[in-house]
Each structure stands twice: as structure tokens, then as C-alpha cells.
Write a new protein. Structure first.
Ligand code: APR
Length: 175
């Protein structure tokens, strides 16, 4: 199957998706919060998910941790800690790239065939959307080219504006 056929853009609530694993935009304490993290905690079951996260004692920025997803339709959650945007000269692109690469590596290692990403760092962490989308698409396409375990990647957006950016970028993507 051509690689770009494995990638889909969806507008909706990531907590509702029936995929093997969803990717949360977490903080480095894995302490829960607002945005997509809050929605995931609420839907998964706040107490159980916090207990599962507490085992790790946090997670460095640019890295990911895997937990069960409890009450969600997905099997598991990958918590990715994206960078806070500080103007782009503080390593933000590499750190964001690392979140996507590590999430794809965990999915492949665990044998998860479908994965849905939230737009890591694109909310309160302030990453410019156009720049984040280029990184997300490039890194995911690159990972799909290197390992065939993952058969479906969904970029789950909370609005049409964000979804359009992904669609545009995918149109221009080269594999
Ligand atoms: N489903 C899909 N996407 C969602 C949902 C949802 N239910 N809720 C919010 N989003 C989108 C936002 O519109 C944004 O595009 O997720 C993207 C990421 O935004 P944030 O959740 O603010 O994540 P981020 O910018 O990475 O900031 C992380 O926010 O609350 C916290 O604990 C979290 O401290 C961490 C910080």
C-alpha cells in the first residue's frame, strides 16, 4: 500500500477513536492538565490513568511513555511531552520531531497497527501550527517508510483550520 494511503486527517475528539493507540499531548510531570490531556484523563478515568502515569515519575520533554487506556476505546495511550514554543531557537523542532519518532517506534514495538496523534504542542504550548504540521507529517511519513507495522496513522484535529494544514501538507509530501 502506498505510504500516503496509510495517513488520514480527522476532525474530532481523539478520546472517541477506536484505534490501537492514541497519542496524548502531556506535560513532563505526566500530571494531567487541560486541553487534550484533560479530555483523555476524563474519558479514560482520571484516577486510574494518574496511577499508571505516576509509576514513571515524569517524562523528559521530547520523550514518550506508554500506559493502558482504561475506559477509552483504544488499547493504550502514548503520552508525548512536546516542547513549549520559545521562539524556535531552543531546539523546539528537534524535540517535537523526537515525540513523533518515539511514538511511532513504541507503536511499532508494541505491534499497534493504528495510531491517532493529537496536535502535540499546538495548544497551550504555543507551537506555530504550520511549523508543527510540517514536522508531524515528515516524521510520520519517514517512520512509515522505515517500518511497516503501523498500517494507519490518524492526525486527529480539533478544528477544520488545523485539519486543512495537515491536508495541504500531505498533498505536498514526498515519499
Ligand atoms: N481531541 C483532539 N484534539 C484535542 C482535544 C481532543 N479532545 N482537545 C484539545 N485538542 C487539541 C487542541 O486543539 C490542540 O490543537 O490538541 C492540541 C494540543 O493542545 P493542548 O492540549 O493544549 O497540548 P499542548 O499544546 O501540547 O500543551 C500541553 O497542556 O494541559 C496541558 O497537561 C498538558 O501541560 C500540558 C500542556
Amino acid at each position: 500500500m502506498p505510504i500516503l494511503n496509510k495517513v488520514e486527517v480527522l476532525v474530532g475528539d481523539i478520546t472517541q477513536l477506536d484505534v490501537a493507540v492514541i497519542v496524548n499531548a502531556a506535560n513532563s510531570q505526566l500530571a494531567g492538565g487541560g486541553g487534550v490531556d484533560g479530555a483523555i484523563h476524563e474519558a479514560a478515568g482520571y484516577r486510574q490513568l494518574q496511577e499508571a502515569c505516576a509509576v514513571f515519575g515524569g517524562c523528559p520533554t521530547g520523550d514518550v511513555r506508554l500506559t493502558p487506556s482504561f475506559n477509552l476505546p483504544s488499547k493504550a495511550i502514548i503520552h508525548a511531552v512536546g516542547p513549549i514554543w520559545r521562539g524556535g531557537e531552543q531546539g523546539e523542532p528537534d524535540t517535537l520531531r523526537s515525540c513523533y519518532r518515539k511514538a511511532m517506534a513504541v507503536a511499532a514495538k508494541e505491534g499497534f497497527e493504528s495510531i491517532a496523534f493529537s496536535a502535540i504542542s499546538c495548544g497551550v504550548y504555543g507551537y506555530p501550527h504550520e511549523l508543527a504540521v510540517v514536522i508531524a507529517v515528515n516524521e510520520v511519513v519517514c517512520c512509515l517508510a522505515q517500518d511497516s507495522t503501523v498500517k494507519k496513522v490518524i492526525f486527529c484535529c480539533f478544528g477544520e483550520e488545523m485539519a486543512d494544514l495537515y491536508r495541504q501538507r500531505l498533498k505536498n509530501a514526498t515519499v
